[in-house]
Each structure stands twice: as C-alpha cells, then as structure tokens.
Design a protein around this ligand. Structure first.
Ligand code: ATP
Ligand code: 3PG
Length: 413
C-alpha cells in the first residue's frame, strides 16, 4: 500500500493478480506528427512496459486501454501506431482491436489466451469517457457495465491522466478489485516525498509558460510551508519580477499581456508580501535586433528569452544545499538552442547534487533526451504534465481517490 495525502493506494504487491483477466489503464497519449501519424516521442509507451510484462509473466491476460488526444484536435487518432510500438518494446505480440466496448471487442476479450495482450482502440472514441463525473456515476456507465464483467481485476497505471475524473479512470475501481500499476506506484511514491517533512530543505525550480498552473503550485507550496526556496525562470519569473516592481520594458510587458499574465500580478504580489520564499533572476538573456545580451533584471532592454548566467550561479548555490529538488518547466525558450544553456546547467547541477531530484514536464524531459525511465534512487522523471502540476498544487487526483475507495469497499468484500 502507498499512503499519500490520507489515501491508501493498493499496489500490485497487495493484489498480486495471477492467471486472471486484467484491464490496465495506461497513458500512452503521445505527441503525433500529424503529417504521417508517427509518434514524435514514445517515452510514455516505454514507461508502461514493466507493468505489462509483470502481469503477463504471472499468467494474466492483459487488456490495455488508453486515450490519445481529444476529439477535434489533430492528435486525436486511433491507437494502431501505439500498438506497433508497444509490441516492439514488449517483445510480445500485442493484438490491436479497433473497437472499445462493442461486440467485436468483447468477443476478442472473452477468447484471450493466458499471457496474451490486447490494446483496445482510443477510449475517447466512447462519448461517456469525456464526461467528468464521480466514480459512482461512472461505475454505472455503459463502458463499465459492458466491460467489467469480462475481468477479474483492474490496474491503473495512468498517473499522467489521474487528474481526470473520467470513466476509464474512476469507474472500474468501484466494481473490480483494483490496484496501481508500477508507473503509478513510482510516481506517487516519488512525489509523496514533496510532502514529507524529513526531506527538507526543499527547492522548487519553476519555469516554463504555464504561468497560472505554476502560480497555483506556488500558492499551495507557500500555504503548506513545503518550500524552502522557489527559484523562478521562464514566464513565471517575469510575473514575479513585475510583482516586485521591476520595469521589464514595453516589449516584455506586451508578451506578458498577450499570454494573460499581467492579470496575475496582484496574486503574485500578495504572495511576496506574505514572505513567500520566491527568488527571481538577477539577470536575463535578452534578444535585441537579432543579437543576444545579458542584462541586469532592473535594466532590461530587449525581449527576455532566458535567465542570465549570474542567476544560474546563484540558483546553483541553492541547489547544492537542497535535500529535495523539484524542477518543472524550462528557464528559457529552449526550442531555440541559444536559450537552452541555463536549463541544462541547472538540470546537470541538480542531477549532480546530493539531493533527490524530481523532474516534470515534456520540455524538461526533452533535455534529458526524453527518457522517462530514468528513475534511480536519487531521481524521478515524471510522466505527468497537468497531473503533476495539480498534484504539486495539492489538488485531489480523482484516479487516486477511486483506488482508495476500491481498497476500502471492493477489496474488503
Ligand atoms: N522567457 C520565456 N518567454 C516565453 N516563453 C518561455 C520562456 N521561458 C520558457 N518559455 C516556454 O515555456 C514552454 C514550456 O513550458 P511548459 O509550462 O509547457 O513546460 P513543460 O515542461 O513542457 O510542461 P508540460 O509537459 O506540462 O507542458 C516552452 O515552449 C518555452 O518556449
Ligand atoms: O498528456 C497529458 O497531460 C495526459 O495524457 C492527459 O491528457 P488530457 O489533458 O487530454 O486529459
């Protein structure tokens, strides 16, 4: 059992499914090259291999469900390419069934042999999946009523989707014996450290462009006194610089206005006045007439693109003394290699520091070469984007709540 935020989450060690038919909810939602349907990054597919292999090795028949994209978006595709990659990494046959809960899918599931693997099609082809509703309501959905009788157990391995109260994530645990998979277990165990007192001092390095999400995390960290220091980069740093009264110049204010950040200055200022341990850059890398300059934060003349080297040095000194470091979002516009150095230096210093490092977010993971399986005793690379943000912001994750309910109500039967 994993205990986190008063929840008890069963693991595969608690349920130990053998010779059963098990539904496994994974998150293999991946960036798609819309020109040819190829996946641009398969790290999430690779992340789930050990859960699937463990279940197969115990004689279970495994039926995988996942979403890809959202209806109407150009990355909303079927899962045929995902099944090809899963088969490659699992080194096992993966039967792709281009159905979800219809008669063909149910027939194929009924006829499975022990140790076989099926991947059903995109779960978001089923309209009920996109409804945000309670576990009880979803346990009464057609999706759950049609599929659950075919299984002896359910495993949720989709940490990166655990912030969604959708049928495939919260409906099955109320009717089937359920546990977390190994990805979910690794994520929740690692991230629980953030809330553990003894893993201090804790440094949070918050960057990127999702300013409202990052502000919500910082507000939670300050309210719960979880952070010893919050080092800012990216657009969140610019928000706090403005909140501190720095004049970043018209061009940068226009950038902040355009992405709706200026409306958050009051909230940021309130945090600063409450004594929040938020550090802002002392210098920035700016671009002016096509050239790159480093300028003091109070004398910016150009468009901010990254934090400066003096700031990297100061932030690195804080990192060296930390026991837990959480990094989410890059310090600069890393799509442009001229603005990648600061993030890479801080990432390297964090990895070399004696502290435990948690990294989240697609852009930061890309600096690692995209491998989310880099989980050592000193480091955890999260598969989560929005889910990680909300977990760090102290919000409840419905999929975890549903597993806790299952442990209390289904397992006890
Ligand atoms: N100073 C800056 N000005 C404008 N954009 C910035 C700046 N610094 C970073 N960014 C942008 O932030 C984006 C990444 O932010 P984001 O919050 O999405 O991080 P992430 O690690 O990808 O997280 P997730 O996986 O949740 O998307 C990049 O596209 C980058 O260009
Ligand atoms: O990539 C993600 O953040 C997860 O797969 C969740 O996807 P969603 O935001 O479409 O629910």
């Amino acid at each position: 059992m994993i205990k986190v935020n008063e929840l008890n989450i069963p693991t595969l060690d608690d349920l130990n499914f053998t010779n059963s038919k098990v539904m496994v909810r994974v998150d293999i939602n991946s960036p798609v090259d819309v020109k040819n349907g190829k996946l641009l990054d398969d790290s999430r597919i690779r992340a789930h291999v050990d859960t699937i292999r463990e279940l197969v090795n115990k004689g279970n028949s495994v039926v995988l469900i996942s979403h890809q994209g959202r209806p109407g978006d150009n990355d909303f595709t079927d899962l045929s390419e995902h099944s090809r990659l899963l088969q490659k990494y699992l080194d096992l046959e993966v039967e792709f069934v281009d159905d979800v809960m219809g008669p063909y899918a149910r027939e194929r599931i009924k006829n499975m042999k022990s140790g076989s693997v099926i991947l059903l099609d995109n779960i978001r082809f089923v309209s009920e999946e996109l409804i945000e509703a309670s576990p009880l309501q979803h346990s009464r959905s057609f999706l759950v009523k049609r599929l659950s009788p075919l299984f002896q157990g359910y495993v949720n391995d989709a940490f990166a989707t655990s912030h969604r109260s959708q049928a495939s994530l919260v409906g099955f645990p109320l009717v089937l014996r359920s546990s977390a998979g190994r990805v979910m277990e690794r994520e929740v165990s690692a991230l629980a450290k953030v809330f553990n007192e003894e893993d201090s001092p804790k440094i949070f390095i918050m960057g990127g462009g999702k300013v409202l999400d990052s502000l919500r995390i910082i507000e939670n960290l300050v309210k719960r006194r979880l952070a010893d220091r919050i080092l800012t980069g990216g657009l969140i740093a610019e928000l706090f610089a403005v909140a501190k009264g720095l004049d970043l110049g018209k061009e940068n204010l226009q950038v902040l206005e355009k992405v709706g950040v200026l409306g958050l200055v009051t909230r940021a200022r309130k945090l600063l006045l409450s004594g929040a341990p938020v550090e802002i850059p002392v210098d920035f890398k700016v671009e002016r007439e096509g050239k790159v300059y480093e300028e003091p934060a109070n004398k910016v003349n150009g468009v901010i693109k990254d934090i400066g080297s003096a700031t990297v040095g100061i932030y690195s000194s804080f990192i060296r003394d930390a026991k837990t470091i959480v990094m989410r979002g890059p310090m600069g516009i890393i799509e442009d290699e001229r603005f990648r150095e600061s993030s890479k230096i801080l990432l390297r210093n964090s990895m070399e520091s004696p502290g435990y490092l948690i990294i989240g977010g697609g852009h930061m993971i890309s600096l690692l070469g995209g491998d989310v399986n880099v989980s050592s005793s000193k480091m955890h690379v999260s598969t989560g984007g929005g889910a990680l943000l909300l977990f760090l912001a102290g919000e409840k994750l419905p999929a975890l709540e549903a597993l806790d309910i299952s442990a209390r109500e289904v397992l006890k039967k």
